[in-house]
Design a protein around this ligand. Structure first.
Ligand SMILES: [Zn+2]
Length: 300
């Protein structure tokens, strides 16, 4: 394995990917929903044909999942009760996911503290005996295989139990000093290229990924802020000028009050609590003809 890649799988199902991909795909998967769906399909099936049809539907909807998960589900096609097997498997993976998610958060999260992941992992194993027993058991089923597919060939870690592969993926990240970040857009873990990377590159629809979607949101926000600030400056200048030119019609005191409230409106708009249209409407200057319509702007 080189520093950036991992090769995991079994026999001729070996997969070479960027480090941590398998673990992240596992954490992203909604296993409870899959288990529920398998159960629901099984309840609706009254004979064998419907059972097969239900299983095929489950498999079809699972197309987006990681290839190693798809292969696991495919293995259940020959089972006497595929939907039951799939439901049991998804439930088991869901329980394992909770365990791993907690381990990832405690050991690999970059917000937990810089470095020291190895120490945190050891401490976790000491505290959570369920995890250390599971780790021992999973390690027993691990093998090594040499794959010739790339130029130099590659050393791959193999296991029939996917949980063992997930565990290896996790331990490899720990041993190599990787830290995971939580994407500021979708909240899911990713392997950051640098400490400054705050967004992942998962697709979010419309051909965009979290990174570019967030950039667009920030851009729109920036535009709105600029727009609001320039309107505030324009209105403020105008009002100031009026106060200077005819202080008897535009008392300094009222201007100060207006400016204070305008600043608050600007801040609310920048925070996104006030729409641009509303801000524009509220920023209209008080009209003053002679002495009437006092305090129009303040609504008093
Ligand atoms: Zn994201």
């Amino acid at each position: 394995m080189d520093g950036r890649d991992e090769c995991l799988g079994w026999e001729d199902h070996l997969l070479r990917e960027r480090q941590g991909s398998f673990l992240l795909a596992f954490l992203d998967q909604d296993w409870e929903a899959l288990a529920d769906q398998a159960q629901a399909l099984r309840r609706q099936a009254f004979h064998l044909e419907q059972m097969y049809a239900g299983y095929r539907r489950l498999r079809e909807e699972f197309q987006e999942a990681h290839p190693l998960f798809r292969q696991e589900l495919d293995r259940m096609a020959d089972s006497a009760d595929s939907l039951y097997a799939a439901g049991q498997w998804a439930g088991e993976m869901g329980r394992f996911r909770r365990l791993m998610a907690a381990a990832v958060e405690r050991v690999l999260d970059r917000d937990t503290g810089a470095g020291g992941a190895g120490g945190r992992y050891r401490q976790l194993l000491e505290e959570v005996s369920e995890l250390s027993r599971l780790a021992d058991r999973l390690h027993e089923g691990v093998g090594v295989q040499y794959a010739f597919d790339s130029g130099q060939g590659q050393l791959c870690l193999t296991a029939r139990d996917l949980r063992a592969l997930l565990f290896l993926s996790f331990e490899y990240l720990v041993s190599q000093g990787y830290a995971l970040g939580r994407c500021l857009n979708c909240g899911r873990y990713f392997v950051p290229f640098s400490v400054n990377t705050c967004y992942c590159d998962r697709p979010v629809g419309e051909g965009r990924i979290c990174k570019t979607a967030a950039a667009k949101v920030n851009y729109t926000k920036k535009l709105r802020q600029d727009q609001a600030r320039s309107l505030y400056a324009k209105q403020n200048n105008t009002y100031q000028m009026r106060v200077r030119r005819s202080p008897e019609r535009y008392p300094e005191e009222e201007y100060r009050l207006w400016r204070q409230q305008a600043k608050e409106l600007l801040a609310a708009t920048e925070r996104g609590e006030l729409s641009w249209e509303e801000f524009q409407r509220k920023m209209e200057l008080p009209r003053r003809r002679g002495g009437e319509e006092r305090d129009v702007w303040n609504g008093k």
